[in-house]
Design a protein around this ligand. Structure first.
Ligand code: ADP
Length: 632
């Protein structure tokens, strides 16, 4: 597949309405997740933005007094006021900034929490969906590459508060510049008093002030234009340098099969960080041009403002103190307006990235809709029925399961057998409601399982899937699936699962960390040991149904025999479903279901099935019998 075909177009027209709507929704996310963060930015922004203007105003009064009346009392008052307000406001600003920085430090984790909660709560079927994977990956890369998405909103909020406060304060300090007239007899300078001239000056100032940030926003829009390519390059580099290169578990495969996707030519072709990348070319060309023009326009504005203030002072409109006040305030007004416009422009540029965020967060959870409570007291009295169930995986043409009908009673031991790809695991995934059937229905005690409360239904099952995962936590925590461990119960479950001898040898027993990711004293464990721990975890959950998908695949024959000989005792009165393609390990089940090409083709006890010489079971049994002759 060509790499470019996995790039998606993320650009399209962005309206002001959409920008406002998505930005407000984004702020809503932060409001719900971390209100303190928004409050700290608001309060800190207001106080810190006001600080310099109070200083400017008092300094101007002081200079005017030095240049004018030199009243010792007034001079003393201004100096004291300047020193004390400056000290108090600076201290307050520093304290608030520290508070805000602590909140901002949580930004990354808060955002992670939002996306992880969505992932954990979404329908399992959707997690497999390639579009969802693509969305997830784009969201992370957008955040990584330029802070785009939810992140950008926080920094924009900070900039909006600070710029709005600057603008208000600067306007208050500048207003009299236009009102105070140059004195009569100032010759040509009298034109500065003319209302048309004043309006013209204000219009030019605003025009130039808007032009600079708009040019800067135009420069920023190149980030959006090349976002897809940057994402692909970032993805390749992140995958290669940040992920595969560091992942010990993949090191062997990477060394042996260096795949084409990681080839030097691909890395070079899609590298966004080299001078020949499109973004680099744009920054030398139009993008850089717009940015430079923006800087030049700003400087022209500052120069023009200096000239206007100087001419009015020359015409006797005000003294040296006000010159200081106006110059400082105009520059602050200009940078405040620039910052505001640039931030609003950035919010517009951020809109396509927020679209991706909300496309992901808005995905409906179709499964979690039932509200019928499950009678927990009926305990082991559950009955499950598959009624004409067929299923296709999302986006697949072929049925993985076709027209399966079967009933399964409480306390029963059911073995599900069949060759690879015959539909055994799919059958279990439907039973556990990881997917809903495409056709037909599954009933629990006569009620469609879709009508039950999803979380309650999930609590009925303890499953060890083939590709189970253990976490880099303590052994006991892995077994309990929680930080709070019932130590006696965890110990017993591990011994029941055949992990007893190894457990006795572990220096820290149940507190031993599994793997070395977070603890240098952690232990590495073999596949067979991991399978026993996963089995213990399933026993610990103590659910009415226990389902084991190839539970002994990683065990050697002796360990397998041990586990199976204790299985009855381990499971007790619970219902159990075993999946295995080793037929010998299923013989202890009183009920065996044979799957083939997605259909249930035979059912019965071992003796009944093996007696049918034309059946699939007999064929499978004969094919494997040579390995089990001794047991026979
Ligand atoms: P078994 O457990 O008997 O080996 P499975 O239930 O895993 O078989 O697979 C049944 C069929 O469904 C196979 O053709 C397999 O390729 C397909 N299949 C399994 N998982 C998925 C999936 N996540 N997406 C698409 N097809 C799948």
């Amino acid at each position: 597949m060509k790499l470019r075909t996995i790039m998606r177009k993320s650009k399209s027209h962005v309206s002001f309405k959409e920008t406002a709507q998505l930005a407000l929704r984004g702020f809503g996310v932060w409001w719900r997740e971390n209100l303190r963060l928004l409050l700290s930015i608001l309060i800190c922004g207001v106080v810190c933005a006001l600080t310099p203007y109070v200083d400017i105003w008092l300094l101007a009064r002081l200079i005017d007094e030095i240049a004018g009346g030199r009243d010792p009392y007034l001079l003393k008052t201004y100096v004291l006021a300047l020193m004390s307000t400056s000290a108090v406001l600076s201290l307050l600003c520093a304290g608030l900034t520290r508070w805000k920085n602590v909140q901002v430090a949580c930004l990354w984790h808060t955002q992670n929490k939002v996306f992880t909660q969505k992932l954990l709560s979404m329908d399992f079927a959707d997690m497999d969906d390639s579009h969802v994977q693509e969305l997830r990956s784009r969201i992370w890369q957008n955040t990584d590459s330029g802070g785009w998405g939810l992140y950008k909103l926080i920094y924009s909020f900070e900039a909006i508060i600070s710029s709005v406060m600057s603008i208000i304060s600067a306007i208050l300090l500048t207003a009299s510049l236009f009102i105070l007239p140059v004195t009569a007899g100032s010759g040509g300078l009298m034109i500065l008093n003319h209302p048309v001239f004043i309006l013209l000056i204000i219009a030019i100032m605003f025009g130039v002030t808007f032009a600079a940030p708009l040019l800067s926003v135009k420069a920023g829009s190149y980030w959006v234009k090349y976002a897809d390519e940057n994402q692909l390059g970032n993805r390749l580099f992140g995958f290669w340098l940040g992920h595969l290169g560091n992942d010990r578990s993949k090191a062997l495969d990477v060394r042996i099969y260096r795949q084409d996707i990681l080839s030097r030519s691909n890395l070079k072709k899609y590298n966004p960080f080299i001078p020949t990348s499109k973004l680099a070319k744009a920054s030398r060309g139009p993008m850089g041009g717009y940015q430079a023009l923006s800087g030049a326009v700003s400087q022209i504005f500052v120069g023009a403002a200096y000239i206007f203030v100087a001419l009015k002072a020359l015409g006797g409109a005000f003294g040296v103190g006000r010159v200081v006040q106006y110059v400082s305030a105009i520059i602050a007004l200009s940078s405040g307006l620039s910052m505001l416009i640039e931030t609003l422009g950035n919010l517009k540029n951020n809109t396509p990235f927020l679209r991706t965020v909300f496309e992901f967060l808005d995905m409906p959870n179709k499964m979690d809709q039932g509200d019928t409570a499950i009678d927990q007291n009926s305990g082991i009295g559950y009955e499950i029925e598959f009624r004409n169930v067929s299923f296709k995986y999302p986006g697949q043409e072929d049925y993985a399961l076709r027209n399966v009908s079967m009933t399964f009673h409480a306390g029963q031991r059911l073995a599900v057998v069949g060759v690879n790809g015959s539909g055994k695991t799919t059958f279990i995934k439907l039973l556990c409601r990881l997917y809903d059937p495409s056709e037909g229905e599954i009933l629990l005690n006569g009620i469609d399982i879709r009508k039950y409360n999803y979380q309650e239904y999930m609590r009925l099952f303890s499953v060890v899937f083939q590709d189970f995962k253990l976490l880099s936590f303590e052994l006991g925590q892995n077994v309990a699936g929680s930080m709070n461990v019932d130590l006696d119960k965890a110990d017993q479950c591990l011994r029941d699962a055949g992990f007893g001898i190894r457990l006795d040898k572990l220096p820290q027993g149940l507190s031993t960390a599994i793997y070395k990711d977070f603890d240098e004293n952690g232990v590495d464990i073999s596949g067979g040991e991991a399978q026993k721990i996963a089995l213990a975890r399933a026993l610990y959950k103590d659910a009415p149904f226990i389902i084991l998908d190839e539970p002994t695949a990683a065990l050697d024959p002796i360990a397998e025999f041990e586990v199976y000989s204790r299985m009855d005792q381990m499971i007790g009165e619970k219902s159990a479903v075993f999946i295995s393609h080793r037929l010998s390990s299923c013989r202890f089940c009183n009920d065996i279901a044979v799957f083939h090409m997605g259909s249930l083709i035979q059912r019965g006890s071992h003796d009944e099935l093996v007696a049918d010489r034309s059946g699939k079971y007999f064929e499978l049994w004969n094919a494997q019998a040579q390995y089990y002759e001794v047991e026979d």
